[in-house]
Write a protein that binds this ligand. Structure first.
Ligand SMILES: [Zn+2]
Ligand SMILES: [Zn+2]
Length: 431
């Protein structure tokens, strides 16, 4: 199957004789920091940035485990990054050399029907994956560093990135906002906010969130700010549950201890939940049936969490799926969906650009601080070790800030640099 046409290339020119560090995917659970050519301006709307901050996202673990289609050996990963503008194409107007910027994880053209509605994650013309178009009917936008299923663009776990349509996909970071706070506008701040909007969380409502990773925890925080009456967080990683309880004020359910999650929810909320948010992911299968089916490719995705939510949400309640799902699932409890009149809403890849200016304002005003989940800081050349530890949920690593030689020193109140190689991973201040 060939590529579908796009409005920009995913194979940029490179600068002669310049190399950079980059994190490349080389195989299942095999990522390495290797040298790569520095990208050059290729289209007049391009911006080249020096990366000043990146991170590993929970969704990068799907790539790490080779669970995303069309992932190619040598792809540079990373879809959340901040940078300093290093060079601009002839048609770029909104940013100039030296500006501090944050990128949206999606690459939007700014001109198509979806972009005009600020639905940047659904840009029609930046994803070359004909496979995705065939599977879904229409593809979502191209993404930085997320395989050829998402357009095959090089990502930000590197020292330089080419940002196509730089006027559209970069947001200037105001003075006084450190990169540690701005970085999460790339993805997790808008994505968690979007999840809460899609679940129709509001004043006086009860909410349960499956998954206490960064998206789940920030969704819990947004739910609290929306004056939800009760917010329940479900996971089995004790440090993450403690953070949800002690720092955000949630009720918690550890599914290793309370194996019947639905009963545990009904004990707290006898009528069922008003809202459910699935911020876990398709590969977190618990039951043997789904483990087996995934192992022999009878399904790609497990619906265990969705089924729990369908049973635990009240009649005419709402569920939002913000966790990644890729393709097909079995044993889906369609009866509860229909008979209880539940609204099941796929959140989609969040349209970052619809929200990011408003959310930046909330950060500036101190209404929302994304660094509540920032646990550690590492150097780019330790990304391989970071993937491994993050995958195993070891060392209390939650959300990280990955620095390069272009980064500023850690902002006040954020974690100092840690190193796997010198065995000085400090316990997190947040957990
Ligand atoms: Zn992400
Ligand atoms: Zn577009």
């Amino acid at each position: 199957m060939g590529d579908r046409p796009t409005a920009t290339t995913n194979e940029p020119n490179t600068r002669p004789n310049q190399e950079m560090l980059s994190l490349q995917w080389l195989g299942n659970k095999d990522v390495r920091v290797v040298n790569a050519p520095v990208p050059a301006i290729t289209e007049p709307t391009d911006v080249i940035c020096k990366v000043t901050g990146s991170t590993v996202c929970g969704s990068d673990l799907h790539l790490y485990h080779k669970e995303i289609m069309q992932l190619q050996r040598g792809e540079i990963l990373g879809h959340e990054w901040t940078g300093v503008v290093d060079e601009v194409g002839a048609e770029v107007k909104n940013v100039k050399v030296g500006d501090r910027v944050v990128a949206s994880f999606q690459i939007a053209c700014g001109k198509c029907k979806f972009c005009k509605m600020s639905l940047s994650s659904m840009c029609d013309v930046t994803n070359s994956s004909a496979l995705q178009e065939k599977l879904y009917g229409k593809p979502f936008a191209g993404l930085f560093g997320y395989s050829h299923f998402a357009g095959g663009f090089a990502g930000g776990q590197a020292e330089y990135v080419r940002c196509p349509f730089g006027d559209v996909n970069l947001l200037k970071i105001p003075d006084g906002i450190p990169n540690e706070k701005a970085l999460y506008l790339s993805d997790i701040v808008p994505t968690s906010y979007h999840a809460v909007q899609c679940a129709e969380v509001g004043e006086g409502k009860s909410v349960a969130i499956w998954g206490a990773g960064p998206i789940g925890l920030l969704s819990a925080k947004w739910s609290k700010l929306a004056k939800a009456r009760r917010v329940i967080v479900i996971d089995n990683v004790k440090e993450r549950l403690s953070l949800a309880r002690d720092r955000i004020g949630c009720d918690i359910i550890n599914f290793d201890e309370d194996t019947d999650v639905v009963s545990a929810i009904y004990k707290l909320e006898p009528d069922g939940l008003d809202c459910g948010i699935d911020a876990a992911a398709f590969r977190y299968t618990k039951g043997l049936l789904h483990k087996l089916q995934r192992a022999v490719s009878l399904e790609t995705d497990s619906c265990e969490v969705i089924n729990e939510a369908l049973r635990a949400v009240r009649k005419f309640g709402t569920i939002s799926l913000v966790a990644d799902y890729a393709a097909l699932t079995n044993q889906f409890l369609i009866g509860a969906l229909m008979e209880k009149g539940i609204t099941l809403r796929g959140a989609g890849q969040a349209p970052v650009q619809k929200y990011w200016k408003d959310l930046l304002r909330k950060i500036e005003l101190g209404e929302f601080d994304p660094t509540i989940i920032l646990s550690h800081r590492f150097e780019i050349d330790e990304l391989r070790e970071l993937y491994e530890a993050f995958d195993k949920k070891e060392l209390g690593i939650m959300k990280t800030f990955v620095q390069t030689r272009f980064s500023e020193p850690p902002a006040k109140g954020t974690p100092p640099l840690s190193s796997f190689r010198s065995h000085d991973i400090k316990p997190s201040a947040v957990i």
